[in-house]
Write a protein that binds this ligand. Structure first.
Ligand SMILES: [Mg+2]
Length: 427
């Protein structure tokens, strides 16, 4: 869902205050449009374009819904007040919370707000809410739109609120497959979007769960597809695993179970041969013939003797040209069950990839956004790690997966081509 942005210096009630609007939706325009319709009609908004459409018969509502339009509904005053109270309670900055609480509860501000509505001849029904919209977004709008905050406090309160609810984004983490490329071919507009991000100076990192290619091979494939990217900007699962091991198991002797060429990216990791007697970490990478019975049984023995189990990711299967294929997560689960240990997972949906990329950029999680085509492994996982999460409708995106997801992306974009404009509003 979109969040609001601040436009300083707009005029309301004959004086200058900050006005918050949605990126594409103007509340005044909305209300004016609504007032010109009869009571039977409903109106709908396309959240992607801000276009408003009217529905005068019930049959059309289904069509509008299917097209992804959002109905706009009135809510009553009491509910509005509760939402406002909830919102104030949810603001993370204590200072901003106290200031807003005072502004709303003190000096009869809410009643004043209601009374003032009669001063707006074109504003007969101010109580609208967008279904599914975040409460703070609605409340932010009201605060400024109605001058709810005392005049002398407007600037400070809104600024404090904006900072606490929506820290500016200073770095971008991009998933590769399904966001920039599919089968290593650039998606439409992706090369241009990447170039625009680069030109804007925002720090970038590419994060990919792959264990089958080294970062150098990923870099080469991306450059061949037209992206101006350096190998050091790419974080693969083995790269993140090396960082994880250095932090959590420094100097550990690691027995690697993996298919594909991952050792080049395991910089600083002490790998031991299959016959080593002393093993501190059993490290599972990508699945393949290397994870046969002898190797798994050897790993099992080390786990029984106290070695830790570390997995680069725990994906259960992946899609190949020949259908779904069993991935390393299944072997990790088998080793966990047999040895009674719990694996430490580095890559998606764990935070290791994001952490490694952020450490490289020197950026705090709250200052970064992760962009991916997997709502769970990319977007919600990033949000759990404290980043903003943006979903793109390319790659593996399916509308039903988004609908059934346990959370809500900060934004859903048609493709990465829309990212530079979105980011511009959040910096
Ligand atoms: Mg992807």
């Amino acid at each position: 869902m979109h969040r609001g942005t601040v436009h300083p210096g707009a005029r309301r009630q004959g004086r200058d205050i900050d006005v918050l609007t949605l990126p594409h939706i103007d509340l005044g325009e909305l209300v004016a449009a609504r007032d010109h319709r009869d009571d039977e009609s409903s109106f709908w908004i396309d959240p992607r374009t801000g276009a408003i459409e009217f529905c005068s018969v019930d049959d059309s509502a289904e069509d509008f819904d299917e097209r992804g339009l959002v109905p706009v509904e009135p809510i009553d005053t009491h509910e509005s007040y509760e939402i406002m109270e909830d919102f104030v309670a949810s603001v993370s900055s204590r200072e901003a919370r106290e200031k807003l609480g005072q502004a709303i509860r003190g000096r009869g501000a809410f009643g004043r707000f209601r009374d003032r509505m009669y001063d707006y001849p074109d504003l007969k029904e101010p109580w609208f809410a967008f279904r599914d919209r975040r409460m703070e977004q609605l409340a932010l709008e009201w605060l400024a739109f109605a001058g709810l905050v005392a005049e002398e406090e407007v600037d400070a309160a809104i600024e404090a609120l904006r900072r606490s609810a929506q820290p500016p984004l200073r770095a971008v983490l991009l998933d590769v497959d399904g966001v920039l490329t599919v089968s290593w071919t650039a998606l439409p507009g992706a090369v241009e979007a990447f170039a625009a991000l680069r030109a804007s100076g925002v720090p970038l990192a590419l994060v990919t769960s792959t264990t089958s290619r080294t970062r150098a091979a990923v870099g080469e494939a991306l450059r061949a597809a037209g992206f101006d990217v350096a190998d050091e900007e790419i974080v693969t699962a083995p790269v993140a695993t090396a960082a994880y091991l250095a932090e959590h198991h420094p100097g550990a002797r690691c027995l690697l179970l993996s298919s594909g060429d991952v050792t080049a990216d395991l910089t600083g990791v002490m790998l031991v041969g299959p016959d080593a007697e002393q093993v501190d970490v059993v490290l599972v990478g990508g699945a393949g013939p290397e994870l046969g019975y002898p190797a798994l049984n050897r790993a099992f023995g080390h786990l029984l003797r106290g070695a830790r189990l570390v997995a680069m990711h725990r994906s259960m299967f992946w899609r190949t040209d020949a259908g779904l294929a069993l991935d390393a997560g299944a072997f990790v689960a088998a080793l966990e069950a047999a040895s009674g240990t719990t694996a430490e997972v580095v890559g998606k949906p764990a935070a290791g990839l994001f952490t490694a990329a952020l450490a490289r950029l020197g950026i705090e999680p709250a200052e970064a956004v992760m962009v991916g085509d997997d709502v769970d492994a990319d977007v919600l996982a990033a949000q759990r790690a404290g980043l903003a999460g943006v979903l793109v409708r390319t790659g593996k995106f399916l509308p039903e997966t988004l609908e059934n997801a346990d959370g809500e992306p900060d934004a859903v974009l048609d493709s990465v081509a829309d990212l530079p404009a979105w980011l511009e509003r959040r910096r």
